[in-house]
Design a protein around this ligand. Structure first.
Ligand code: RP5
Length: 172
């Protein structure tokens, strides 16, 4: 196995169904990554140790998903100069709004790129990681161009299906 360039962290195993969306995108673009559970609050020492070891082994970007009073991304940003992408998870009674605020409202001087709440946020976190890496990687850049083309084609196909069904409805 080659070395991971992206680390996907999450505060609890209960976040995995959301955070696997980041992993799916990275797999789609053949970006080596590792996944682990570590918590800013429940395992602060493990979190700190991981950041230091990740930097040493060549990880370039960290994605952090957490719910509730979500501080995982912020703590990683405090401990590291790597780009940190935060994903707010809708795991609390406040449905992720608390996590969104906690992740986004960082003090000036400590930067976290905060995605939207939940699955689409996790997907976009993976995509943003790919886009950052593509700045230095032509192959990845051309895969991104293909991805966008495919996505635009899919919209056309969906539109055609709706238009066809609508045409049928009009004749009924
Ligand atoms: C947060 O608390 C985790 O990121 C998770 O979203 C939430 C609930 O964790 P569990 O109680 O399910 O372990 O720290």
């Amino acid at each position: 196995m080659t070395k991971p360039i992206v680390g996907i962290l999450m505060g609890s195993d209960s976040d995995f169904t959301i955070m696997e969306e980041s992993s799916k995108i990275l797999k789609q673009f053949d970006v080596e990554h590792e996944i682990l559970v570590t918590s800013a609050h429940r395992s602060p020492e493990r979190t700190r140790k991981y950041v230091k070891s990740a930097e040493k082994k060549g990880v370039k970007i960290l994605i952090a998903g957490a719910g509730g009073a979500a501080h995982l991304a912020g703590v990683l940003a405090a401990e590291s100069t790597l780009p940190i992408i935060g994903v707010p998870i809708d795991s609390s009674p406040l449905q992720g709004l608390d996590a969104l605020m906690s992740t986004a409202q960082m003090p000036g001087g400590v930067s976290v790129a905060t995605m939207g709440i939940g699955k689409s946020g996790a997907k976009n976190a993976g995509l943003l990681a790919v886009q950052i890496l593509a700045l230095q990687d032509k192959k990845l850049h051309s895969k991104l161009l293909q991805y966008k083309k495919y996505q635009a084609k899919e919209v056309e196909i969906k539109s055609r299906k709706i238009q066809t069904a609508h045409g049928r409805n009009n004749k009924d």
